[in-house]
Write a protein that binds this ligand. Structure first.
Ligand SMILES: Cc1ncc(COP(=O)(O)O)c(C=O)c1O
Length: 479
């Protein structure tokens, strides 16, 4: 027999009341768990594991909603990493704007799937419209198109996938979709900076090319890909019968936020006939800033772009976007299944978005962008982004003048990599102590073979005072 918890949300009045009650109880529990503004309560992995031990995942009899919510309130809610806390600045992992959480509730409640129109009628039309307007925002021209993704890694994989297949078709008269990789696949080369995201290597592996296909180009002191070396590497590879097919520019590197020069890279891509993909997973937020948009450079030069809304745009995970300058270049991703996306559908006006995506079942993440962009407007978003950029600039100026610290490089976006002038061990100890004793979560990385600390400033509620007080704490711990 089914227990008393109703199974599904229907139009039945009693059922609707239960839905409202459970959502309200959940919201209350969330609010009650936020008793302070620490980023983390500090529990160790062992403590968290011991809290979970002995709770059967699948009890013989269901416990009902209230008992389970009670357990969530005791064990899980207090121990979340609180992304909205101004003491959280470890990663490119943002807090979620309040209205975007409401959007999540709506899209999860109705559980649309974006693969075919008959699984998501209005949702498909919203995504199509959102993508159209975002193509304009990113200056990609009238032939551009795009699709929502699970995030930057999937968008980067999509870019390299299209670049590889289109190179094979145009340059080798080879159809990868039908034939698989050509014999000389081990000669294929992708160029990207030595500090680009690891999804380049993972994508090359997944595409059957292997890590060795990724040629890492050195960066200058500002973390920007060295164009002269890039040109030399391409020329030398060509002289050795290699097959360069793509350059990936990073617009906002993961650690430093450094931005490669699209104008210069694009000249080389045109000269050698290479696809230009921009990984703007981090930097794409600058597009809505009146003051700092220029830092991104001329995006219209790109063949494809990775954009993440779950970073600077402060939308809940997941929310990524992949854009291409020429819609026809989505062709390698298309596939017709009789039960899903019939060939005649499009002629009859039914758009099936599965033809542009690596996924089949896919979330209606476009709703979060549609709602939040309208709630905030360009001004609201610009203020958010500008605050974060200026916080990083403030911290850079402050630490530059402080003999206790060394700074890796000047920030272009909103992260700062620095270290206390002390041993690696002391820098590592500082991060752990802040995490477990102060509820402050900061990042750690390696620069010039030394341990550095990192503040990734995505939270617009962070003030200069917040930064001053954490820097003071770091000094105290180090003594
Ligand atoms: C520059 C860059 N590209 C891609 C990614 C991967 O994005 P995601 O985590 O959304 O897959 C990241 C993640 O931080 C990133 O910093």
């Amino acid at each position: 027999m089914l227990n008393s918890t109703p199974l599904l949300l229907t139009s039945d009045k009693k059922n609707l009341e239960i839905f409202k009650r459970e959502i309200e109880q959940t919201v209350n529990s969330i609010c009650e768990s936020l008793t302070n503004d620490k980023a983390y309560e500090g529990l160790s992995p062992e403590q968290l594991q011991s809290n979970l031990k002995g709770i059967p995942l699948l009890p013989n009899q269901g416990l009902g909603f209230e008992k389970v919510l009670q357990k969530v309130s005791e064990i899980i809610l207090p121990n979340f990493l609180r992304t909205s806390s101004t003491s959280y600045m470890a990663h490119l992992h943002s807090p979620a704007l309040i209205e975007s959480i409401a959007a999540e509730l709506i899209l999860s409640t109705f559980n649309q799937s974006m693969d075919s129109w008959d699984q998501s009628p209005i949702a498909t039309e919203v995504e199509v419209e959102v993508v159209k307007q975002l193509c304009q925002l990113f200056d990609l021209g009238k032939d551009s198109d795009g699709v929502f993704t699970s995030g930057g890694s999937q968008s980067n994989l999509s870019g390299l996938f299209l670049a590889r297949d289109i190179f094979c078709k145009n340059n080798l008269n080879w159809d990868v979709k039908m034939e698989g990789l050509p014999e000389n696949y081990s000669k294929f080369k992708i160029y990207t900076s030595e500090i680009s995201h690891f999804s380049m290597e993972k994508s090359a592996h997944l595409l059957g090319l292997g890590y060795k296909a990724v040629r890492k180009v050195p960066v200058d002191l500002n973390g920007i890909m060295d164009i002269n070396i890039l040109e030399m590497m391409i020329e030398s590879d060509l002289a050795n019968d290699c097959l360069p097919f793509c350059v990936v520019a990073t617009l906002g590197t993961t650690d430093y936020g450094s931005i490669d020069n699209l104008d210069k890279i694009s000249i080389l891509c045109k000269k050698f006939g290479l696809w230009l993909h921009a990984d703007a997973a981090y930097g794409s937020g600058l597009i809505v800033s009146s003051k700092y948009k220029k830092r991104l450079g001329n995006i219209s030069l790109c063949d494809s772009i990775t954009i993440d809304f779950h970073k600077m745009f402060l939308l809940p995970i997941s929310c990524g976007l992949f854009l291409v300058k020429e819609a026809k270049n989505f062709a390698p991703l298309s596939f017709h299944a009789d039960y899903l996306n019939r060939e005649e559908d499009e002629e009859e006006g039914y758009v099936n978005l599965v033809g542009k995506s690596l996924q089949t079942t896919r979330r209606f993440d476009a709703l979060k962008v549609w709602m939040t962009f309208q709630v905030r407007g360009k001004n609201g978003y610009s203020n958010i982004i500008d605050t974060c950029v200026e916080n990083a600039q403030y911290l850079y100026n402050k630490l530059l003048d402080d003999k206790y610290f060394e700074v890796a490089m000047k920030p272009e976006i909103s992260s700062l990599v620095f270290r206390l002038n002390n041993t690696d061990e002391v820098n590592k100890k500082i991060r752990k102590q802040l995490l477990h004793q102060e509820g402050i979560v900061i990042g750690q990385t390696v620069y010039n073979n030394k341990t550095f600390l990192k503040f990734t400033l995505l939270n617009p509620l962070v003030t200069h005072l917040t930064l001053d007080s954490i820097i003071d704490k770091i000094k105290v711990i180090s003594n």
